[in-house]
Design a protein around this ligand. Structure first.
Ligand code: ASP
Ligand code: ZN
Length: 652
């Protein structure tokens, strides 16, 4: 096993090398897939459009997906290195030994390989948190993509430039389809299905149909209905209603699915949706044993109900007390769930759900409700106070995720017309103020008590670091005079990038008196370390109050480089973290880049332009202004990549 990098980076390849060995072992154990050549090589390059590429026996990698060392690399980036190493390695079977018959089948190899690398990562850290992070990405990127002008089926039926289809839908929704089938089959049968796939098709170039047929034959369970998921766009809406009958001791759950009409796909069909669910006793908090009545044909097995009609009623009998239902546990299907939970029920699930993912999901639903409907804040705060003390000891990483407040970008993507980025920002800031006020004292106590160096496991230490950074942010927001000193002290004392960058963010984003000194120090320390320097650019671009001048300063900096995609993404990605900025001076920035990259690097140009794809949802006059700018760009671009994206974006 060999990894090639520039000499000074060789010591930063240890984590990747260990991950490679681990991936090889994991694929043998979980899928029975050994490696087939005598050597396996990875080369790390600092200028690369994608994360990595699975070229047989000699993977080409972006340095950002190989180099990892806690002094230079954040915990999140270390996790990403391990998952991309695994991803490319897993492609050796799902991608190389068995490849795609044609480009339309891209999600055959990508969706399956992402599902495999997600499962691998679930074994590396808190599995609940891995699922949380994967679902968060799906909701933040794939859901908006699927509800806008760039929406397409996981297996597209037409394209101008296939490079435009390395999308969240092909990758992440593709992975979800595989996860649904695996959930339904269970471990053993899924393995029988994949064994069948590998033995039938080794050495061949195949289709999504071949994959589903092999899974069906191997497992003995007909999965052909899942093909519909591959062939149509859009996020299905799953509406659920529950009714408890105390006299009869029954609980009736009504499910209904629907898809928004799509001009290019007139015949949308119902899809099979595995709904993982549980009932809890509202008083004791205990999980009830499920007892579904004869009404149900697709019986609930292991708490998973296969919902494959347009609507259905399920009745549970022997329910002695009013239950709280938990739906779509572990996000068992990539659907948009609508259920009339009360705020109290969500708070209940935050505290009593037995799976960490579902606790997080309940918190997210409650937070979204506070943000969009304006009620529930007190209940959320109380649930946090009840849950955190114990959880912080048990699973600090999960505890840190319960603080996730849906991002402005995600909240904006839930709005289809009359979207005002400033209004969303205001609401979100108001919530953050409330949380800082209510939880400030608790946060300070926690910050002072926690020490990542006392943790033995990486995952636990990562959790403690994440929590401490959140606490610092809360204290700063609350106006605690000591917050900046504590942040600056953390910045200086640590040799760990997550701690250093976490503190730097708090200082910079709150315009602390120490911010400039810390930025100057960071530059001095890391100006020869490209990936760390990307973070320096990113932190400044992501300042909530960044301006056209900030972007001007960063993009004319001597270290800014339009031939290095990572550097471009650092600034553009940072800027795009604040939709208020994206939709003001950001519009010029993204259009200017698309124009320039149209010739120099159309793959990246096309990608970056997508930051503006939801322009049509904006309230006037912004909507017309952005539209005019996009129209003006049209005659100036020539590449297939940028033109295809721009045409789709304008075709709403
Ligand atoms: N196939 C690569 C991957 O997803 C991406 C690329 O084509 O560069 O691993
Ligand atoms: Zn891939």
């Amino acid at each position: 096993l060999e990894i090639y990098a520039v000499e000074k980076d060789i010591p930063k390849c240890r984590i990747a090398m260990d991950a490679l060995k681990h991936s090889m072992q994991w694929d043998e154990e979980h899928y029975g897939r050994p490696y087939d050549l005598d050597n396996y090589m990875i080369v790390a390059t600092s200028q690369f459009n994608m994360g990595a590429m699975e070229n047989k026996g000699l993977n080409i990698f972006n340095t950002s997906c190989v180099l990892a060392d806690e002094e230079y690399t954040t915990d999140a980036a270390i996790m990403r290195v391990q998952s991309v190493i695994a991803h490319e390695y897993f492609h050796n079977w799902t991608g190389n030994r068995i490849t795609c018959r044609d480009w339309f089948q891209l999600c055959l190899k990508e969706g399956l390989t992402v599902f495999r690398d997600q499962s691998f990562s679930e074994d590396l850290q808190s599995a609940a948190v891995q699922r949380i992070d994967d679902v968060a990405v799906l909701k933040a990127h794939q859901f908006p993509e699927d509800s806008g002008p760039l929406s397409h089926p996981p297996r597209p039926d037409h394209f101008v430039e296939i490079n435009n289809f390395y999308t969240a839908t092909v990758y992440e929704k593709g992975a979800e389809i595989n996860r649904m089938m695996s959930t339904l089959l269970g471990k053993e049968k899924f393995r029988k299905g994949t064994d069948e796939y590998f033995s039938r098709h080794d050495g061949q170039a195949v289709t999504v149909e071949d994959w589903v047929a092999a899974l069906t034959a191997g497992s003995g369970i007909d999965l052909s209905a899942f093909l519909t998921w591959y062939n149509q766009p859009g996020t299905p809406k799953l509406e659920a209603k529950g009714q408890y009958d105390a006299a009869a001791q029954t609980y009736r759950l009504s499910l209904k699915q629907s898809l928004k009409a799509h001009p290019k796909y007139p015949n949308l069909k119902a899809v099979p949706i595995p709904v993982a669910l549980a009932l809890f006793n509202a008083e004791s908090g205990e999980q009830l044993t499920l007892n579904s009545s004869a009404l149900v044909e697709n019986a609930v097995q292991d708490g998973v109900y296969l919902f494959d009609a347009e609507s259905v009623d399920i009745e549970f009998s022997g329910v002695v007390a009013k239950p709280v239902v938990s739906l779509l546990r572990n996000f068992s299907a990539p659907v948009d769930l609508e259920f009339n939970y009360s705020d109290e029920e969500l708070a209940f699930l935050m505290q009593h759900e037995t799976s960490g993912f579902n606790q997080w999901q309940a918190a997210q639903t409650l937070l979204e409700r506070i943000l969009l409907d304006g009620h529930g804040a007190e209940i959320y705060v109380q649930a946090m106070k009840n849950t955190l003390p114990e959880l912080i000891q048990k699973d600090p990483l999960l505890a840190s995720r319960l603080f996730d407040v849906p991002s402005e970008g995600y909240l904006g993507s839930r709005i289809d017309a009359g979207y005002s980025p400033a209004a969303i920002q205001e609401k979100r800031n108001a919530l953050l103020e409330t949380l800082a006020r209510e939880l400030g004292a608790f946060c300070k106590e926690t910050f002072l008590a926690l020490d990542p160096d006392l943790q033995k496991e990486f995952s636990q230490a990562m959790g403690v670091r994440a929590l401490k950074n959140i606490m610092l942010g809360m204290m700063a927001r609350q106006g605690d005079a000591q917050a900046f000193e504590l942040a600056y002290a953390q910045y200086q004392a640590t040799g760990n990038m997550s701690e250093r960058l976490g503190a730097l963010r708090v200082l910079v984003w709150n315009d602390a008196p120490q911010a400039q000194a810390a930025l100057a120090d960071f530059y001095k320390r890391f100006n020869d370390e490209a990936l760390a320097l990307d973070q320096w650019f990113m932190v400044q671009a992501a300042h909530p109050k960044a301006s056209a001048e900030t972007v001007q300063y960063l993009t004319s900096h001597p270290d800014y480089d339009l031939t290095t995609p990572n550097r471009i993404r650092a600034v553009s990605g940072g800027l795009n973290a604040n939709p208020v900025n994206t939709w003001s001076f950001g519009v010029q920035h993204f259009i200017g880049l698309a124009k320039y990259l149209d010739e120099k690097n159309p793959i990246v140009g096309s990608r970056l332009l997508q930051a503006l794809s939801r322009w049509y949802t904006l309230a006037e006059p912004q909507r017309s202004q952005v539209k005019a700018e996009l129209e003006a760009l049209k005659p100036q671009v020539k590449s297939k990549n940028v033109s295809e994206t721009l045409n789709s974006m304008l075709n709403v």
